[in-house]
Design a protein. Structure first.
Length: 393
């Protein structure tokens, strides 16, 4: 079988010159930025659709945008609010099931923010009415403020221990820190945008609190929407949970230039959204995200711009490989590459970030067989693609 594979599948050599752009369907895109907005306590049918559009016209306009994917079968994990925020951020409720209180201690478990920072990416949370960077209190209500830590999951990992980070650098107020329209390019790789409890639809009564939250969305993100389309940026709008009356079926919308717009009825959860973000950037999978499938069905086919030329080569050795392979690239632009490896059925075997000219990956857990890889630089420039055979002889 090994001989047959070697003879039947050509091995990748140094990058050859290709002419013109090539197009392929990616499993996942690589956004330059992701902004996550989590609203509160309403079900899908209470926010999306003709009966809800009078109260939430701006969110419904977003849902109807051709660059939006609307997930009609998106589900929260549990009740009440706080464990869902923890599920979304860390793949686990961290023992806070049924609670909206302050945890007894800061967590040291894997989480999205720490994963991004460890991978050399950036992460920030912008919380409305947070009185100062790194504030650790349960609430802040002075002068009409309405901040609640239970809606700001990153605050629970502030510290100097394992999987923790500096709160004064990561856990920031909205006002004075979230960039204005002239400076959106300064956004981190991934950011959380946390309205206060008035503006996230938590407080107040139906339907006036929906109107307030929907208006806040337009006020704070209207100019951002156009910028996102021109700057490879993904916006994720979702809700923590429903109103306890709709089987926890919540609205979730993905918006951006990489999104194939439309209505999708495949079931997703907070865990699968977390897994999708982690897989996009080649991160480890936190908690239950490891056992959840990434959302791979709502992305456009990307026109990939070819930069391979006589001064640019990309290869993998040894090929066939066994317990490891090494990707090699004489990258004259010196920018990061994202390498995705899929099996013969198109399933993701691994996603890796390559900095510099060489990267070794462990393939000892790969089943013997044929794999395919693509290496992209920022802006979806194709650095290399080809077949990889794993034998374990």
């Amino acid at each position: 079988m090994t001989t047959l594979l070697r003879n039947f599948f050509p091995l990748l050599l140094a990058g050859s010159v290709l002419s013109g752009p090539v197009t392929f369907a990616q499993s996942l895109p690589l956004p330059s930025h992701i902004v996550v907005l989590i609203e509160e306590n309403y079900a899908y049918t209470e926010i999306i659709g003709s009966s809800a559009s009078a109260y939430a016209p701006n969110l419904n306009a977003l849902a109807g945008n051709p660059n939006s994917a609307v997930f009609s079968q998106s589900f929260a994990i549990e009740h009440p609010s706080e464990p869902n925020y923890l599920d979304f951020y860390s793949g686990n409720n961290q023992g806070m099931a049924g609670s909206d209180g302050v945890p007894p201690a800061h967590f040291t478990t894997p989480n999205l923010g720490a994963e991004l920072l460890a991978a050399g990416k950036t992460f920030l949370t912008y919380s409305e009415d947070l009185p100062s960077p790194g504030y650790d209190g349960a609430t802040y209500t002075s002068g009409g403020a309405n901040y609640a830590r239970k809606h700001n999951p990153c605050a629970n990992w502030m510290g100097t221990g394992s999987n923790q980070y500096s709160g004064t650098l990561i856990n920031l107020p909205l006002v004075g820190y979230f960039p204005d329209s002239a400076n959106y390019s300064s956004l981190p790789t991934v950011s959380y945008l946390v309205p206060n409890m008035t503006n996230d639809m938590h407080d107040g009564t139906y339907p006036s609190n929906i109107v307030i939250g929907d208006t806040w969305f337009k006020t704070h993100l209207d100019s951002f929407l156009n910028w996102a389309l021109a700057n490879n940026t993904l916006l994720i709008v979702t809700f923590d949970e429903d109103d306890d009356l709709h089987n926890n079926n919540i609205p979730t919308i993905f918006y951006g230039p990489m999104v194939k717009g439309g209505m999708y009825n495949q079931q997703i959860t907070h865990f699968s959204v977390l897994r999708t973000i982690e897989q996009m950037y080649g991160l480890p999978y936190a908690g239950e995200a490891a056992d959840s499938g990434a959302i791979t069905f709502c992305w456009k086919e990307l026109a990939v711009k070819n930069v391979i030329n006589n001064n640019f080569s990309f290869n993998v050795m040894p090929n066939p490989g066994s317990d490891f392979v090494v990707f090699n690239c004489n990258n004259p632009m010196k920018n990061e590459l994202t390498i995705s490896v899929t099996d013969a059925f198109g399933r993701i075997a691994g996603t890796y970030n390559m900095n510099g000219n060489q990267m070794r990956i462990n393939t000892s857990s790969f089943a013997p067989g044929v794999y395919f890889y693509k290496a992209l630089s920022e802006g979806n420039y194709l650095a290399g693609e080809g077949r990889l055979v794993i034998t374990h002889n």
